[in-house]
Structure formats: structure tokens, C-alpha cells
Design a protein around this ligand. Structure first.
Ligand SMILES: *Cc1c(COP(=O)(O)O)cnc(C)c1O
Length: 387
């Protein structure tokens, strides 16, 4: 969270995250929540604590710094850093906080060996292999060399072998998922035949939901935990059944006013009224991560009705057409993501108008001030601003 002064409030339903975790745990063997990027904008401490209480023992953060933050919230967790170490400070932090880094190069293995020797504590690593993303990872054909390198290290223990799927959310590209899996299995065979007792992890949310035979020892869902199905809008949409949205974003109407036919709205005059209208000025703009790309695109909710965005999104304001909502007035709640009355805007709706994916919507809107709700064991409904 980093945007402080605005009217935007991001409501996080922690119970829904826990519900999704339980749903996914019912399908996997061992589910490690991915809480990188501040839990996809939902808030790392709140999400991590709730999921730990719900039984999660292993989680994956992004940077080493984020992994340290996670470890401080829940010291009992086994914590991955998906990005792995880069700076000397990060190598030290891995030793001090017992983080399990994803490792993608021989240099990292050697630097971790030095770290382990200095601190006297062996470093557990997750070997990351690139099986088809061309992003981080050793090449598949380096598996033998990695094994030999590890044989020469005393203070580094290979605990995991991991890779990441590029197309698991696209039913039409299932063939490539299988190709990646074959490469992954070849790497595993090589390392295990050399005597390394490594555990294996390949799948993300989409892989967890649709490829039970690729689950191996650990599954790493992110987006599905936060209630967005990776299969929304595809032939496999049913596989995301039962996931509950966890984030709602709302703000306020600052003013409602009448405009005449011929009057234009906002910068650049990209919208001109062809008849008399009532417009609402909404307290959200691109400085609140409501993208300027939404100019003239999409809808918000006012008094339980969808109202279209008019003209350009400004820094802290956006105009909407409230002609069809005669009782709309300043101070009304405006929902940008979520439900209001019988109307709703799903993350997929918003992502489509925005020209992006659910992941980006969550990560960036989640940087606004957050409010958490959680139904405690007592049945009391708690709602409190983030401390
Ligand atoms: C982000 C990430 C995940 C989670 O992916 P989702 O599609 O959100 O489930 C899993 N593994 C790695 C390496 C990641 O970077």
C-alpha cells in the first residue's frame, strides 16, 4: 500500500482468501500460497497470517526482502523467494532468516556456499529450471552440470526443483504444458539419479486446477487464491467454480452536475454531450492507479446501477454519466470493482475495459488504502482500518 491521500478504499475479505485456499487445498497435495507483490495487492501480513492459521506451512514471496517480511510475520513458515538473491545484503538475509531462494545460476550457488560457510548454517535452495518461459532458471541441459556443481558444495542443500508454466491458463496451449512437463521430469530424473533427494514443484493456479498429474510435491497458486479464475472466459471456465472474489474497490461521488447538449467533458474534449445529461465526478484517477487507459471505457456502480465512464480519466477524478440515476448525489459510494446492490463489476470486466489481466488490476488497485473484514471464530464481524 502506498497511495495515502484519496477517497479510494480497497475492501479485502480475508475469509474469502481462506475459503479459496481451502478449495485449492482440496485439489492439491501441498499448497504453497504465492503472496508476492504484497499478496497481489491484498496485503502480505493479513493474508499470510490468515492462511497460516488455515494450515499453510510453506509460502512463496517475490524478492528476498519480501520473504524476510513474510518470515517476520510468521516465523514458523518455510518461505521461498521466487526472484532469488542479487545483492550481498540479500545473501546475508537468506542466511539470517532461513529463506529458501529460487536459484538460477552457478554464481548464485557459489555465493550461497560462501554465505553458508560464513554463517555456519547450510542454505536450502530451490533449483529453478527454465522449461519454456525463457525467464529465470538454469537451462534444462545444464542439469548434469548443476548436479556436479552441487557435489562440490558443502553448505548448500538442494531441497527443491522448480519450474514455471507459460500456458497453463490457455486450454488451446495444453500441448506446450505437456512439453514443459516432459523437460521438467527429465531434469528431476537427472538430479534424483545423482542422489539428490529433491522435492518437485511445477504448477501455478491454472496447473493446479486443470492438471492433477502435474502436481508433484507442491503447488504454487497465486491468482486463484485471490478469487480470480485463470480460466475465466475460456472453455475450461468451470474449473474455477467456487472461487470467491476477495477485493472490492470503492470511492465517492464528489459532485453531480447538469451539462447541456454540446458541452464537452474533461481534457481533450474526447466526449461531447449530444443531449442534456447529468454527470457525476468520481474521486478516483490515474494517481490512484485507475488507469488513464480507462478513459471513455467501461463502467462504475452508483446506487446499484452501472454508469459509463465519460471522457478522459484525470489524475484524481473521473466523470461518469449518471443521467439514469436521478437520485445520485455528492457523497454517494461509487464501486469500481465489486458489488453494489444487484449490480457488480468483476475483475475480468474491469481488466477487459482496461486492456489488461486480473493480476494487474489487483496489484495496482491494491496499492490504495485497504480495509479488512474477517468473520472471527466468535461470529463477530470485524472491520477495521489497516494499522
Ligand atoms: C507468480 C508465480 C506463481 C503463481 O502464479 P498464478 O498464475 O498467480 O497462480 C507461481 N510460481 C511462480 C514462479 C510465480 O512467479
Amino acid at each position: 500500500m502506498s497511495i495515502e491521500y484519496n477517497h479510494v478504499r480497497v475492501h479485502i475479505d480475508v475469509d474469502a482468501v481462506v475459503h479459496n485456499y481451502r478449495l485449492l487445498s482440496g485439489q492439491g497435495t501441498c499448497v504453497a500460497p504465492v503472496i508476492k507483490s504484497d499478496a497481489y495487492g491484498h496485503g502480505l501480513p493479513e493474508v499470510a497470517c490468515a492462511l497460516h492459521q488455515a494450515g499453510a506451512q510453506i509460502m512463496a514471496a517475490g524478492t528476498v526482502g519480501e520473504a524476510v517480511r513474510l518470515k517476520k510475520c510468521v516465523p514458523q513458515l518455510e518461505v521461498f523467494s521466487l526472484l532469488g538473491p542479487l545483492s550481498p545484503a540479500e545473501y546475508r538475509a537468506i542466511g539470517e532468516h532461513d529463506i529458501v531462494p529460487f536459484v538460477s545460476s552457478f554464481e548464485q550457488l557459489l555465493d550461497l556456499e560462501h554465505q553458508g560457510r560464513r554463517s555456519g548454517v547450510p542454505v536450502q535452495v530451490a533449483l529453478k529450471f527454465d522449461t519454456g518461459m525463457s525467464r529465470l532458471g538454469f537451462d534444462v541441459d545444464q542439469a548434469v552440470a548443476v548436479a556436479s556443481s552441487l557435489d562440490g558444495l558443502e553448505h548448500v542443500r538442494a531441497a527443491w526443483v522448480c519450474s514455471h508454466l507459460a500456458t497453463a491458463d490457455d486450454p488451446d496451449q495444453a500441448g506446450f504444458v505437456r512439453e514443459q512437463h516432459e523437460r521438467f521430469v527429465a531434469v528431476l530424473k537427472t538430479l534424483r539419479s545423482r542422489g539428490f533427494g529433491v522435492r518437485a514443484s511445477l504448477v501455478n493456479s491454472a496447473g493446479l486446477l486443470a492438471y492433477p498429474d502435474l502436481h508433484h510435491d507442491l503447488q504454487r497458486p497465486g491468482i486463484a487464491l485471490y478469487g480470480a479464475s485463470p480460466y475465466a472466459g475460456t472453455a475450461w471456465a468451470a474449473k474455477g467454480k467456487g472461487l470467491r472474489p476477495c477485493m472490492e474497490v470503492c470511492t465517492s461521488l464528489l459532485q453531480v452536475r447538469a451539462i447541456r447538449a454540446g458541452q464537452s467533458v474533461s481534457y481533450g474534449r474526447t466526449f461531447t454531450a449530444t443531449k442534456p445529461m447529468r454527470i457525476g465526478i468520481v474521486g478516483i484517477g490515474y494517481a490512484d492507479n485507475y488507469s488513464r487507459g480507462l478513459s471513455g471505457q467501461g463502467y462504475m456502480l452508483v446506487q446499484g446501477q452501472r454508469v459509463p465512464v465519460l471522457g478522459r480519466v484525470c489524475m484524481q477524478m473521473t466523470a461518469v454519466d449518471v443521467s439514469a440515476v436521478p437520485r445520485a448525489c455528492a457523497g454517494d459510494e461509487v464501486v469500481v470493482l465489486g458489488r453494489q446492490g444487484h449490480a457488480s463489476i468483476s475483475v475480468e470486466d474491469l481488466a477487459q475495459w482496461w486492456g489488461t489481466i486480473s493480476y494487474e488490476v489487483f496489484c495496482v488497485l491494491g496499492q490504495n488504502p485497504r480495509v479488512y473484514s474477517r468473520r472471527e471464530e466468535s461470529g463477530m464481524f470485524m472491520e477495521q482500518p489497516e494499522g
